[in-house]
Design a protein around this ligand. Structure first.
Ligand SMILES: Nc1ncnc2c1ncn2[C@@H]1O[C@H](COP(=O)(O)OP(=O)(O)OP(=O)(O)O)[C@@H](O)[C@H]1O
Length: 414
């Protein structure tokens, strides 16, 4: 699938009047519906890059195309209406209500009061702020995170195809920041905007970007999907910037796919203990995943418990046959339900390996169950499989093939 370039930089240079070269020879593109994050240390030219797109700064060389048109030929005010702009300080008007702030661009576009208020309500709702609760407040009556949300709502109000975001979540604490990032990703999955996103935080760049551009001084050192940049930094500078723990960061951008999973035997709660035990023995398994009648995950059962259960059933059965008093019932009446344990450590397919690892730690579990969209059990992820998945994704990126196509030999399987 070829994606149309929405923003295209062609050999763009910005030299400030005092001779400072903020960026030089910049060439890259942002595809329609793509998020490209620009990441790098302070002063490397990220903001200059972004502000040239909405012509708050004019380049001194090269050109920038928006949907195929040279922006130098566009009228700046018209141009800006096609781009939402979100900045760290939000730039909300302190004496206007949240609703009016959100409706700023529709107001400039001359929409009727009713229409723009309706639109503002819709947008506040979209970013998770109840308009009836927050609409009439003023910006200083909101938390930092809420203000950032209003900033995003305002940028989206006139439904521009492009969003320019300059450290939009920079001023909030890490927990709120992660929350806002998740919300933004959910929003983007619905809206498919073309986004240029500036941050100095590599974690944020990696989480949000379809591709990330790592800036050195005034130029892009590497541009690629996060997993590639983390897996194969193009230069020592990039390796240094993404950090020695890039393997760990990579966990957060590698998602669980069915081929990563192991398929232990599954038994049902209502299965007879003896029959379940026989299955495990046959497959040489030490435990099995236990499903309920709807084939949803209940938990797990160990071979040892099943064996003890089967033995006890047998004894009870014998006692019953011999007519002893107090005998519990017929031979083999017990079911898996008598021995199964609940399993809380599970994740949906598509979750990141980082989430998987953290769920394992949180539940002190040696494996986690993975479920599909309908909550059906798909398989389990073990630490060994997690490691394999990570290695496979590194190899897949290096060879530019799908992860499923990479065969892998681990020490265990060699
Ligand atoms: N108006 C200006 N005149 C001269 N130099 C400028 C001007 N604006 C920015 N610069 C310089 O251009 C370079 C790039 O600045 P820019 O703001 O684009 O960096 P940045 O990567 O966004 O940094 P930060 O993360 O700190 O915002 C810096 O050296 C900066 O000092």
């Amino acid at each position: 699938m070829t994606v149309r370039d929405m923003i295209r930089f062609e050999d763009v240079t910005k030299r400030y009047p005092d001779g400072t070269v903020a960026v030089e020879g910049l060439s890259f593109e942002v595809g329609e519906g793509e998020i490209v994050t620009l990441v790098g240390p302070s002063g490397c030219g990220k903001t200059t890059t972004m502000k040239m797109v909405n012509r708050l700064i004019e380049p001194t060389g090269g050109r920038i195309l928006l949907d195929g048109e040279d922006i130098a030929d566009a009228e700046p005010v018209q141009l800006r209406r096609r781009m939402g702009y979100v900045i760290q300080q939000t730039g909300l008007f302190p004496h206007r209500t949240v609703l009016d702030n959100t409706a700023t661009v529709p107001h400039l576009l001359g929409w009727s009061r009713a229409r723009r208020r309706e639109r503002a309500r819709e947008l506040l709702d979209l970013v998770g702020l109840d308009p009836s609760q927050y609409g009439d407040r003023y910006p200083d009556q909101l938390s930092g995170g809420q203000r950032q949300r209003v900033g995003v709502a305002r940028a989206l109000a006139a439904d521009p195809p492009v969003l320019l975001m300059d450290e939009p979540f920079g001023a909030v604490d890490p927990v709120v920041r992660e929350h806002l990032q998740n919300e933004f990703l959910r929003l983007q999955a619905r809206l498919h905007k073309t986004v240029l996103f500036v941050t100095h935080d590599i974690e944020e760049a990696v989480r949000l970007g379809d591709r990330i551009a790592v800036y050195g001084e005034g130029r892009i050192e590497q541009l690629g999907p996060p997993a590639r940049v983390l897996g194969e930094p193009a230069t020592p500078y990039v390796a240094d910037f993404v950090g020695a723990d890039r393997g760990l960061k990579r966990l957060s951008v590698t998602s669980i796919v069915p081929t990563d999973l192991e398929a232990p035997p599954t038994v049902h709660l209502t299965d007879r203990t003896g029959a379940a035990m026989a299955r495990l023995t046959e497959e040489g398994a030490r435990w099995a995943v236990v499903l309920d009648d709807a084939d949803e995950l209940h938990g797990w059962v160990g071979a040892a418990e099943l064996a003890r259960g089967a033995l006890a059933d047998g004894e009870r059965g014998k006692e019953a046959e011999q007519g002893k008093r107090g005998a519990g019932g017929e031979r083999g009446s017990g079911t898996v339900a008598d021995h199964a344990r609940r399993m809380e450590a599970w994740l949906p397919l598509g979750s990141s390996l980082k989430q998987a690892f953290s769920t394992m730690l949180q539940h002190d579990a040696g494996w986690i169950a993975v479920l599909d969209e309908q909550d059906r059990f798909v398989g389990v992820l073990t630490p060994a499989r997690l490691h394999e998945a990570l290695r496979r994704s590194v190899d897949a990126d290096a060879r530019e093939v799908a992860r499923e196509d990479v065969s892998f030999t681990s020490i265990e399987s060699a």
